[in-house]
Design a protein around this ligand. Structure first.
Ligand code: CA
Length: 765
């Protein structure tokens, strides 16, 4: 990476992509392994990812498909048979896919159904990059594909003297295909989904072939009909036969639209008409290099670079663009909320419960133009459905807890991401505190009546995961409080949300020093096991969830009995053996199994609730413990390989944790302007901000043993605080870490060094 530094500093920020083409050195995108996390199963997740060929935040991703249609595990590293190349919108195997279809070239025998269409391949013969996936099957058939946001181009090379087929699989759940053999075209629509769509939902696709179609036919899941051009059924496929001369390659160009077949044609003409796979691969590669290159890491091992840029790639996939450009070039979208077509931006496929933590804060720091469009899209969803999304794929989906759209919107707004109508934004946030979506109970706030009256969601009113809800609502209320102050709302309103922000205290049990479910009558639930997953908590136990006081760690410190006890409690998470109580689920869910094999006590990094916990040592004046454990987690729980994650990757969140942590800081509390310090992983990292400024972070004596911060200088001046401020980072400059092999127990210990806590906010008292 070092060789490129001078070169880049001239190019950035405007000329990055064009400059890079003339360089033959290793570039950022070359470190990305899209197979990271693909060695996963239902029972055990090493990431639950698939190798997405896409552009950053692309409307469509493409993935080789080894699993059957309908399986969330579309590509599993252990598989050796492939069924197709699939246009996918799947954010997670647990949410599954929608509007998906696939293309599969075949040599020799024609097989239509996904259950039969299995072609052997090996990993030695595949090459997966973010911008291209190529494979040579065992039978000699070669396929290479690349994608734009709304289109893709394939290049297929058939083995000699074999019959040449391409099967188009429009999936089940209601699909249709029309073949226009004389025009070398296939058009179709797929309505496959797993919920979260209006009745008129469809994904309209078209594809064009470079060579004459010599034979064709359709399949309806039961019967293969030769010379048939049209099919509509629950499950549909079509085949085309070609006679591509030896030495030539078949090119397939495809595009799609959620709006209409006509819009699919517009997308086709804008993005892939006349293009070949080399051109599209090159353009996608440029885009990836441009976005990945906002962070220029140096002075690490190859494995660390590969892990870092693979994580950054994952962070830049979701939420996806759900908008298209009309014939005038203006953004338009089919709304997954009301089924109508609107002007403007829409993004989807995001679980805010996961991504409020680090994904959106990373966008706000490095890609604020994306934050701006995402913010607008959340407001559009509110306009069209009456609610801000919490888990969207593509419309509202019932999943997880919290009302964390508040965190995303407020954090972005307070960091300068502006919207036209902030009053509507505020109104929408308030509405979310006083309502729950009639059909999708994880949207809005389930249990808001109790919460607003009692200050918590009780555990005996048939609302599951009530303690988790209470803790997240309290944090979300603090976010609203921050915005209310900024917008100079009436004092009474500000005071109300300030009060509610303290609601986390209602669940603190001073006996166990942990958060605990509470009954309607104000008494704690009689039975309590800190090791019990689920129940009053969400995919975690009380040990994991008690730290979900993002906005007021000092308040939690006070509740636990002071800094010393707080640190003991933090330490205990690592020293408690990985024992668990799975009675709520009745089985060992994969998140539990992943914790037990990590060998880090009850620290369950494979799931999101605890991912900020290590940084809390900073609030207690013992930052060296954070520095120690953060390095342990980076070293032990991430690799760039197919088994690279220690649990579900989840829409970029587990990746964004690594990206931030490797840089040396993390947004524990989105809504503040602070990033809490860890210690950098690399000897040097340069951040290139959209405002044109550069921040250079150095730690020249960094190593695995020199993992502790001895001294820190910001723009040359000694800096003792345990946090960095957003607007100061954006000014650019230098941050220099002096690293050491033993903890410096003097640095970062003074009260004035500690990060923000709500209960220390003078105006509240
Ligand atoms: Ca998870």
């Amino acid at each position: 990476m070092v060789a490129r530094l001078f070169f880049l500093s001239i190019c950035l920020p405007f000329l990055l992509t064009s400059c890079q083409q003339s360089k033959k050195t290793v570039e950022f995108v070359d470190y990305v392994n899209p197979l990271m996390g693909t060695e996963s199963t239902f029972a055990f997740s090493h990431g639950n990812t698939y190798p997405a060929v896409a552009v950053p935040w692309g409307m469509n991703f493409w993935s080789p498909q080894t699993g059957e249609n309908g399986s969330g595990w579309m590509y599993t590293y252990a598989d050796s048979l492939m069924r197709g190349f699939r246009q996918t919108h799947q954010p997670s195997p647990w949410m599954n896919d929608y509007g998906t279809f696939s293309i599969m070239p075949l040599a020799g025998e024609l097989k239509m159904s996904h259950k039969e269409r299995l072609v052997p391949f090996s990993h030695q013969q595949e090459k997966a990059t973010p911008y291209n996936y190529s494979v040579t099957f065992d039978n000699g058939l070669q396929t290479s594909l690349s994608a734009t946001s709304r289109g893709a181009v394939f290049e297929v090379s058939f083995p000699e003297k074999e019959d040449q087929y391409v099967v188009v699989d429009a999936y089940h759940g209601g699909s249709s295909i029309t073949i226009e053999p004389e025009n070398r075209l296939v058009k179709g629509a797929t309505r496959y989904n797993n919920g979260g769509v209006p009745d008129n939902f469809a994904n309209y696709f078209m594809m064009e072939f470079s060579h004459p179609v010599i034979e064709y036919g359709t399949y309806n899941g039961d019967t293969l009909l030769h010379h048939q051009t049209d099919v509509a059924a629950d499950y549909t496929c079509a085949y085309l036969k070609f006679d591509v001369p030896a030495g030539e390659k078949l090119t397939i160009r495809t595009a799609s639209s959620f709006i209409s077949p006509e819009q699919a044609a517009i997308n086709f003409n804008r993005e892939v008409a006349d293009a070949d796979v080399q051109l599209i691969s090159g353009k996608a590669r440029e885009q990836w290099n441009n976005y990945l290159g906002r962070v220029e890491a140096e002075g690490g091992t190859d494995e660390q670079f590969r892990t870092f840029y693979s994580c950054l790639y994952r962070t830049l996939l979701f939420p996806r663009e759900f908008y298209e450009f009309d014939s005038q070039g203006n953004p338009v979208y089919y709304s997954p909320y009301d089924g109508n077509v609107h002007d403007g931006y829409m993004y989807t496929d995001n679980g805010f419960w996961d991504t409020f933590r680090a994904v959106h804060p990373l966008f706000t720091l490095l890609y604020p133009e994306v934050s701006e469009r995402v913010t607008q899209s959340i407001l559009n969803a509110y306009d069209e459905s009456g609610f801000m999304p919490e888990w969207a794929s593509p419309g509202h989906r019932g999943c997880m807890v919290g009302n964390n759209s508040a965190s995303i919107l407020v954090d972005a707004y307070l960091k300068g991401v502006r919207v036209e109508d902030v009053e509507t934004l505020y109104k929408g946030l308030i509405h979310g505190t006083e309502a729950v979506h009639p059909e999708v109970s994880s949207t809005g706030r389930l249990g808001y009546e109790y919460y607003n009256k009692l200050g918590y969601v009780p555990c005996d009113v048939k609302i599951h995961e009530n303690a988790a809800r209470t803790l997240e609502y309290a944090y979300d209320d603090w976010c609203i409080y921050q915005l209310a102050k900024e917008l100079k709302r009436p004092k009474k309103e500000i005071a109300l949300f300030a009060k509610r922000a303290m609601n986390y205290k209602n669940l603190f049990d001073s006996e166990s020093k942990l958060m605990r479910g509470k009954q309607k009558d104000g008494k704690f639930a009689p039975e309590f096991s800190p090791l019990k997953w689920g129940g009053d908590f969400t995919e975690g136990n009380s040990w994991h969830y008690s730290w979900s006081v993002f906005h007021d760690p000092q308040g939690l410190i006070d509740l636990m009995g002071g800094k010393e006890m707080f640190v003991t409690m933090l330490d205990s998470v690592f020293s408690v053996p990985p024992i668990f109580d799975d009675s709520y689920y009745g089985q060992v869910i994969h998140e539990i199994r992943e914790m037990t094999v990590m060998n880090m006590g009850n620290y369950a990094h494979g799931n999101q609730p605890i991912q900020h916990m290590i940084y809390l040592y900073d609030y207690a004046g013992q930052p060296w413990k954070a520095q120690y454990w953060l390095r342990e987690v980076m070293n032990r729980m991430y690799t760039a390989g197919p088994d690279g994650y220690c649990g579900d990757e989840d829409n970029g969140q587990t990746s964004a944790w690594y990206v931030f942590s490797a840089l040396g800081f993390y947004p524990v509390c989105p809504g503040t302007d602070e990033y809490i310090l860890g210690a950098p992983l690399f000897k040097k990292a340069t951040l290139h901000f959209e405002n044109g400024k550069n921040l250079v972070i150095t730690a020249s004596d960094n190593s695995d043993t020199n993992r502790y911060v001895d001294e820190m200088r910001v723009n040359g001046t000694v800096y003792t605080k345990n946090y960095l401020k957003h607007n100061e980072l954006l000014q650019g400059g230098t941050i220099d870490f002096k690293m050491t092999d033993r903890p410096n127990m003097q640095r970062g210990t003074q009260e004035s060094d500690l990060p923000y806590s709500f209960s220390k906010d003078e105006k509240v008292k």
